[in-house]
Each structure stands twice: as structure tokens, then as C-alpha cells.
Design a binder for this molecule. Structure first.
Ligand SMILES: Nc1ncnc2c1ncn2[C@@H]1O[C@H](COP(=O)(O)OP(=O)(O)O)[C@@H](O)[C@H]1O
Ligand SMILES: [Mg+2]
Length: 271
């Protein structure tokens, strides 16, 4: 295997009884990039993530993470990844800081307190760090969950539907977090059901449909696949999400700019 790819998936196949969920899935993820695996409910996204994180064995095909084969070098793979599932795995009774310290202890790292404080600062949770997680918003919980998964500095992080079930404001918070991760060189593979999430975050987008990757490319490449726009005159109305955010405020300037920009752009009308 030539491996400058952080993740390499070749002809991956998996069936559950008589259901062929993955029927030959291929893709590569470049180191330090954000890769979105897009697909509707039941498409097989979690199945891919579980195989890549060594929780499930494929029936055929191969996959490698950080150059290690998931089937023959699972321990090496586990040492280089972290996985954040769809449902936050934080302990509600503990404070945010205690959750982080606990994980750092479990991983036998030096100075768990300093690791916790550093992550709280990175994820804008310093103020809330001493409070019980039960009092956190959905966005804060998910941020804490992602922070916990970063303990030990994994090269590759899997985020399985990181924003499903979050309100619009919390989604924006998580998006910022994911961008920050990638800017530090972590490779991110995220799954999502939302086109706009892939559009906002991903360097590369692959659509999983009926067991195969039917499209794989950058956003610009994907847009080229659509028929060319003919007329361009309709002023875009703000989406409900933009209206919601304008009313409740967002607390993040870069995000407000994005939203304002989105509201100003004109829609391309196809005929
Ligand atoms: N352990 C399992 N046993 C049987 N069927 C499963 C199992 N895991 C997933 N499936 C089925 O595989 C399909 C893909 O599931 P999943 O990978 O969870 O999709 P997604 O994450 O894209 O929603 C679904 O039809 C699901 O019911
Ligand atoms: Mg899933």
C-alpha cells in the first residue's frame, strides 16, 4: 500500500444477514483534511465508521488508517484514532473538567489537570468547566465530547453525525470546533445527513448511496456535476435558520459574517 492518505478504503463490503449494506466502498482521505461522508439514514455511514475504528470487521475489501490496516493492525489503528459517536458519551454528574481529567487518567497521561484546562480553553468551556455537565446546553456537551476524544492527540478523528439533534446555534459551535481541529492538522472524517453541513465544513465530500460511493469530490467539483445555471436574478430570502440566528444572536463574529454573506448571495435559478 502506498500511503500518503490518512484513511484509505478499498472495495469495502459488509452485509448484515441478507442486507448488503456496503457493496464496494472506495475513498481516500488526505491528512489534515475534513472529509464528509454524506448519506441518508440507513445508508451505512456508521457501518463505515465502525469498520474504520476497528469496532466491526468487514466481509471483504480493505481499509487503512494512518497507514495501518484495520483488520491486521487494529491495535495500531486504535492508538492513532478517536471516535465520537452520535450520542454524547459524557458523564452528567461530573463537571466538564472532571470528565476531561477522568479520561486523561484512564489514558495514563501526565498532568491530567493541565490537559483538562488546556482543552477547556480550546473549546471555550473554561467558565463552564467547574459546572456539572447536566447544566450544559447541547452544543456545550457535544464540544466537551469532542474535547474528550482529543485527549492523547489522535491523528484521525471520526465524528459520527456530530450535529444531529442540535439546535442551529449549537451546530455552528460544533462547526467552529471541527474547523479548529483540522486547522491544527488533525484529519477529520465526519458523517452527516445534512448537505449544508458537508458544504460548510468539508474539503472533500463523498455521497454513500445504496452501498457505494456515488459521488466523491470537492464542493466545487460536486457543483460542476449539476446542470449549468442559466439565469441568475432571484434575490435569496433569508432561510429560517438565518432568521432564527439573527434573532437569538450567535456570539461568534466569523459566524455572523458567514450568515450575513449567505443571506446576501443570490440564488441561481435552474430551468
Ligand atoms: N448490527 C447490525 N445488525 C443488522 N443490521 C444492521 C446492523 N448495523 C446496521 N445495520 C443495518 O445496516 C444499515 C446501515 O446502517 P448504518 O450504518 O447505521 O447507517 P447510517 O449510519 O448511514 O444511518 C441499516 O439498514 C441498518 O439497519
Ligand atoms: Mg449512523
Amino acid at each position: 500500500m502506498t500511503s500518503d492518505a490518512a484513511i484509505r478504503v478499498m472495495d469495502l463490503q459488509k452485509s448484515f444477514k441478507d442486507v448488503d449494506v456496503l457493496r464496494g466502498v472506495d475513498f481516500d482521505v488526505a491528512p489534515g483534511s475534513i472529509f464528509a461522508l454524506l448519506g441518508s439514514n440507513g445508508a451505512g455511514k456508521t457501518t463505515v465508521v465502525r469498520i474504520l475504528s476497528t469496532l466491526l470487521k468487514q466481509d471483504a475489501g480493505s481499509a487503512a488508517v494512518s497507514g495501518f490496516d484495520v483488520a491486521t493492525q487494529p491495535q495500531k489503528v486504535r492508538e492513532s484514532i478517536s471516535l465520537t459517536g452520535q450520542f454524547a458519551a459524557v458523564d452528567e454528574i461530573l463537571s466538564g473538567r472532571e470528565n476531561l481529567v477522568l479520561v486523561a487518567r484512564l489514558r495514563h497521561l501526565k498532568d491530567p489537570g493541565a490537559i483538562a484546562d488546556d482543552l477547556l480553553a480550546r473549546f471555550a468551556l473554561t467558565e463552564a468547566g467547574g459546572r456539572r455537565v447536566a447544566t450544559y446546553s447541547g452544543g456545550m456537551r457535544r464540544r466537551l465530547d469532542i474535547a474528550m476524544s482529543l485527549i492523547g492527540n489522535p491523528d484521525v478523528i471520526f465524528l459520527d453525525e456530530p450535529t444531529t439533534g442540535l439546535d442551529p446555534q449549537a451546530r455552528l459551535e460544533v462547526w467552529q470546533t471541527v474547523r479548529e481541529l483540522a486547522s491544527r492538522g488533525t484529519t477529520v472524517l465526519l458523517t452527516t445527513q445534512y448537505l449544508d453541513e458537508a458544504e460548510q465544513l468539508a474539503d472533500q465530500i463523498a455521497i454513500l448511496h445504496q452501498g457505494r460511493i456515488i459521488v466523491n469530490g470537492t464542493l466545487a467539483e460536486l457543483k460542476q456535476l449539476l446542470p449549468p445555471a442559466k439565469v441568475e436574478y432571484i434575490e435569496k430570502q433569508p432561510s429560517l435558520e438565518e432568521v432564527f440566528l439573527a434573532i437569538v444572536g450567535e456570539g461568534d463574529e466569523s459566524v455572523s459574517e458567514d450568515t450575513a454573506g449567505a443571506a446576501r448571495t443570490t440564488r441561481k435559478e435552474r430551468s
